[in-house]
Ligand binder design. Sequence first.
Ligand code: SF4
Length: 401
Amino acid sequence: MLNSFPEILAPAGSLDKLKVAILYGANAVYVGGQKFGLRTAAENFTLDELREGVEFAHSHGAQVYVVLNSFLHDKDLSELPDFVKFLEEIHVNAVIVSDLGVVKTVAKLSKIPIHISTQASTLNVEAAKLWKKMGATRVVVGRELSVKEAGKIKREAEIEVEMFIHGSMCMAYSGHCVISNFTQGRDSNRGGCAHSCRFEYSLDMGLDTQEKKKAYFMSSKDLEGLRILPEFINEGIDSLKIEGRMKSHLYAGTMSKVYSEALAYYKIHGHFLSDDLLLWESELSKVSHRAYTSASLVQKAGAESIFNERENSSDTEWQMVGKVVEANPKTGIVIEVRNAFNQGDEIEILPFVGAAIRLVTLEITDIMLRPVSRTKPSTLVKLPFVDGVEAMQLVRQKVKA
Ligand code: SF4
């Protein structure tokens, strides 16, 4: 497939997040099963959830890729064939793989397209050609590559190329890292990363204790490539990936919405207006994040891409307070509450397309229509109907300082 415009590929850490990402505009999602992926702490999909997720995605014209990117020992590999057969039976659109044994197993047992994970650190044309020869249809290139270098791989190896455009970064070479193994006994290459690079460390250079330098030496800023979108398109990159299967519903929805709206705008107009860019950037800044960097997308990342700070919520951050479960002009809006909010608070409902719907919660009731002054998590509350609100839309509120 040689696309003229890339797909927006969003993370889906659960079935509900899969639906949110797709409804907010993602063209494809990547998900993990209970085994063989690199996010053992994520919720991960059961077999039934995988089946339902694929059906939902296909009914909305979206694709589902399943991550099988752990590095496996022989005993793990022996359990893979049944899972691969199941994935083929439910028509997943691709699997994302790093381990040669997994590539061979998938290619031997199925016709599922194989995408080579960023964990395999594909950085050059020859590596991509070799993966293609082994049956891969796409490479998710290493994050150390620029968009131009990735475009060269796409043209010369004649293979689909996927690149990260947004999300948390590893300071180590595309995840080839043992800090987590060393400090926490948790294997980052088998899904157990404890994010040890985010911790504060002290540098002991023979100085006495008073003079030891303490800092966040290894924590990378987060990747953000919105303004580089035209370059991805010009280089023919097939898929723009958003990192973050372990992140929130609000993250999955906001990122899918911002990047798909920006791409749709560019498809029509062939350029961006600075006001639109500022608006999209302000939306990106509302979701919990470290300072942003374009990392190596344009030029090699340097010291400025290190986030040498303790992680705190920023003053631009919003949190999800609920999800709309019903919106009826006659009976009102029903919200499933995730985080409490009060009568009289200002909240925003994030529509699937267009600007956020701002409202002040003058009137809140429970579903028996009794007045509520402060909502409680895991309850249903009702608000008067507002135009543009639909089921599955997310409700957010600015984090109070
Ligand atoms: S500890 Fe940090 S650099 Fe290492 S794998 Fe985990 S996130 Fe990546």
